[in-house]
Design a protein around this ligand. Structure first.
Ligand SMILES: C[S@@+](CC[C@H](N)C(=O)[O-])C[C@H]1O[C@@H](n2cnc3c(N)ncnc32)[C@H](O)[C@@H]1O
Length: 280
């Protein structure tokens, strides 16, 4: 879909996505101290506005002006401790004008070459020590999950995203797939599981030497699933939590079987809408 297609989609509904942030964005970023964030492909700004509500100064980038205008109106209705700057730009070509503490990319489903460009744009916007967080519909969702794009070319795995970062210097905090329960909203249908891909890495300092544990190229398992607290302990459904620095590497074994999550559910592209919006 190009920018015009997205404009039309956004113009056709009061809200396409939820007002509330994506659950993984919320879980991963809640504990961070507010600073500057970029939300690349921000859509109507649910994640950007949530961050601004927590005191972050956010640049929300999207190539749909209609989506950004909706986001601006949503933000204007709220008392935000931080700010949101709305910027209309192509994520594959966007250039940061400042350094960010966090870069979020949520459900930007593009063919591999465009995805790689956008992933790198987001990562390169970070200061050393900054956090890159990507959430997307996982490749395995097509056969094993529900909703989301049905074109395998725009799906991805955590491995793909880590490979997109190429030789950049980073440490992997989390990389794998995560289950997301999709409720029908009325309890009439059984909840279904959608599979998302989640990658969280920290940018290392420029010029960090290779070959030192915790530095590029040296993987080390550091902890189980500590950012997805108690409700995940039973079946360990979160992605393998490893630290792996630099470039390529497997994100580790797949997590356990699907299980139910928050009752409010996360709506996928094709699932029912709540108040005219979808949540993924
Ligand atoms: C599925 S929506 C996700 C929106 C938002 N990240 C969220 O989670 O609510 C994908 C968004 O990516 C935007 N998008 C797609 N391709 C883009 C590109 N090349 N540059 C900028 N935005 C793009 C669309 O306009 C749309 O808002």
């Amino acid at each position: 879909m190009d920018a015009n297609d997205w404009d039309q989609r956004y113009a056709a509904a009061e809200l396409v996505w939820s007002v509330t942030p994506n659950r993984f964005v919320e879980e991963e970023l809640t504990a961070l101290t507010a600073g500057r964030a970029v939300d690349l492909a921000a859509g109507e700004g649910r994640n950007a506005i949530w961050l601004a509500g927590r005191g972050w100064d956010v640049t929300a980038v999207d190539f749909s002006q209609v989506a950004l205008d909706k986001g601006r109106r949503l933000a204007a209705d709220q008392q935000l401790r931080g700010t949101v700057r709305w910027e209309c730009a192509d994520a594959t070509a966007w250039r940061a004008e400042e350094e960010y503490d966090v870069a979020v990319v949520a459900y930007l489903q593009l063919p591999a070459d465009q995805r790689r460009a956008a992933v790198r744009r987001a990562f390169d916007a970070l200061r050393p020590g900054g956090t890159f967080l990507l959430v997307a519909h996982d490749s395995t969702n097509l056969a094993e999950g529900t909703g989301g794009p049905q074109d395998p070319a725009v799906l991805m795995t955590a491995e793909d995203v880590l490979a997109d970062l190429g030789d950049r210097s980073f440490e992997v905090v989390r990389a794998g797939r995560v289950p997301r329960t999709v409720e029908d909203g009325h309890g009439e249908q059984p909840a279904r599981t959608a599979w998302d891909c989640l990658v969280r890495v920290v940018r290392l300092g420029r010029g960090a030497p290779a070959g030192i544990p915790g530095q590029p190229g040296i993987p080390s398992v550091v902890s189980p699933c500590n950012a997805h607290p108690p409700r995940e302990e039973a079946d360990n459904p979160c992605p393998e939590t490893v630290r792996r620095s630099g470039g390529r590497g497997s994100p580790g074994p797949r997590p356990g079987p699907p299980r139910r999550e928050r009752p409010e559910g996360h709506r996928s592209h094709r699932s029912r809408r709540s108040h005219g919006s979808q949540r993924s």
